[in-house]
Design a binder for this molecule. Structure first.
Ligand code: 4AD
Ligand code: MG
Length: 458
């Protein structure tokens, strides 16, 4: 179907004859001898006003041109007499592609709550807010590939089905082809498809490390799955993660990359999603544009975990969770540091080894590891990464300490046995980045079809 996208029609400055547009009707207003349709085709936040002559299209058709219906219209773009738009489309021909019964179409013209919209996730991209969020998400995804590929990082497709638990946190979904009645017994998975228990991946990192020890600079951008039962506004059971991995690099290079990466993503959405961000700034979070600009302009704070704990203890704030050296920071602590105390993004490093994963490089003090978390306002942790332990003896000792069996990780240990190099990387939760860039406060509202405890609809 030949058509011009509404975004490009709206960008025209001169009248034009014989344009064809398609879209969904957002509203219809009827005047005397004339009707106005606002139509949207998803290419922009703004609608195109279409002027229909009821005499020409006929009352029968006009009655069916209701909110939610899809249409194709042919007409001339002319200066608008009304306020609110420069140009409008005077139509000669309107074709109803698909009607939408006004009695049952759930998206009538009014503001709907995000919770309600979650129950109709298949229709919510038709609202202004979700259309804007999905366009910003799309630009971010493009900007991710642009950032890494322009720097020579090789994109890697790491496996989605895996037998190793990268984070060692035991929050994995099992993948099986066995019927439920064969899942009993001491080792049912020996008979299973892979001959052993397999899972959905929680991270592509270990595979990316293997690639980085050959290609030096690689990244993955894929889906990851965690069966953590944290019913929070920042966790999903299925989310997308970007994981770069670099050989011949230390924790400082890692932090530099993370900061440059964040700034690139923010710069790109500010540049390419101006209308959508202005809308989100007005209706969703009034501090959105200021926060994004501030991220772009400020140097990220770099701070040891130990100093962060001191700052939090001195803050005098009554946190829900106590602050104690050796405990993981909660999102309220992270947000205090980045929002109240520093007012800009913060990169925390040198975490106690007890609260971090087995692969992180042990610092000379023997108590901390070369981990780094990037914390941003409203979200808290958006990136988690580290320099990796490249010393075979240190890593195997640490795995023994943690009670991790060596056998399943033998291929990973090979990377340290043969040509081991200092290397580092990180993981950015893509949905947390979309939250940060849109001002949305619930992670379930920045992914098209969210999966979380009790929910795998659509
Ligand atoms: O800090 P995490 O667990 O780090 C890793 O998985 C490393 N293997 C990454 C690496 O070094 N290559 O997760 C990384 C990021 C977090 O900072 C957070 O933004 C996001 O992934 N994340 C989640 N996002 C949504 N829902 C969840 N359940 C998430 N868990 C982590
Ligand atoms: Mg983390």
């Amino acid at each position: 179907m030949k058509r011009e996208k509404i975004v490009s029609v709206l960008a025209r400055t001169e009248p034009a004859r014989g344009l064809t547009v398609c879209g969904w009707i957002r509203t219809r207003r009827d005047g005397k001898d004339v009707s106005f349709l606002e139509i949207n085709d998803g290419s922009s936040l703004k609608n195109l006003q279409i002027v229909v002559d009821p005499g020409a299209v006929g009352q029968d058709l006009l009655r069916r041109l209701t909110t939610g219906a899809s249409v194709r219209a042919v007409g001339d773009l002319v200066p608008s007499l009304g306020a609110g738009q420069r140009l409008e489309l005077r139509t000669r021909e309107v074709e109803l592609l698909g009607a939408a019964d006004p009695e049952s179409y759930p998206l009538q013209k009014k503001r709907h709550g995000f919770e309600f919209l979650r129950t109709i996730a298949h229709l919510r991209p038709r609202t202004n807010t979700f259309g804007a969020v999905m366009r910003v998400r799309g630009e971010l995804s493009f900007a991710v590939h642009e950032f890494f590929q322009s720097r020579g990082f090789v994109p890697m497709h790491t496996p989605i089905i895996t037998a190793s638990d990268c984070e060692g946190a035991g929050e994995m979904f099992t993948v099986t082809s066995l019927p439920p009645d064969r899942l009993a017994g001491p080792d049912p998975f020996a008979e299973d498809f892979f001959g052993k228990r397999a899972y959905l991946t929680v991270s592509g990192q270990l595979n990316a490390e293997a690639a980085a020890t050959a290609l030096a600079e690689v990244y993955t951008f894929g889906p990851t799955f965690r069966a953590e039962n944290s019913n929070t506004a920042r966790h999903l059971a299925e989310f997308w993660m970007i994981e770069p991995e670099m050989a011949f690099c230390d924790i400082h290079d890692d932090m530099d990359l993370a900061e440059a990466f964040m700034k690139h993503l923010v710069a790109r959405v500010l540049e390419r999603c101006a209308d959508d961000l202005a809308f989100l700034d007005q209706w969703v979070d009034k501090t959105l544009l200021a926060t994004l600009r501030n991220t772009l302009e400020s140097d990220f704070v770099r701070l040891d975990y130990t100093e962060a704990v001191e700052i939090l203890k001195r803050s005098g704030r009554a946190f829900e969770f106590p602050v104690e050296w050796g405990h993981d920071l909660q999102s309220e602590h992270e947000r205090h540091l980045t929002e109240q105390h520093f007012g800009r993004p913060v990169i925390l490093t040198a975490y106690p080894k007890e609260i971090k994963s087995f692969y992180m490089r042990v610092n000379d003090d023997g108590r901390t590891v070369a981990a780094m978390d990037v914390l941003v306002p409203r979200i808290g942790e958006i990136i988690g990464g580290s320099q990796r332990e490249e010393r075979y003896d240190v890593l195997t000792a640490r795995m023994a300490e943690l009670g991790l069996p060596l056998e399943p990780y033998s291929w990973y240990l090979d990377l340290l046995r043969f040509g081991s190099v200092p290397h580092a990387g990180f993981g950015m939760g893509f949905e947390r980045m979309v939250m940060f860039a849109t001002g949305m406060t619930n992670i379930r509202d920045v992914i098209p079809f969210p999966r979380y405890p009790g929910h795998a609809e659509f």
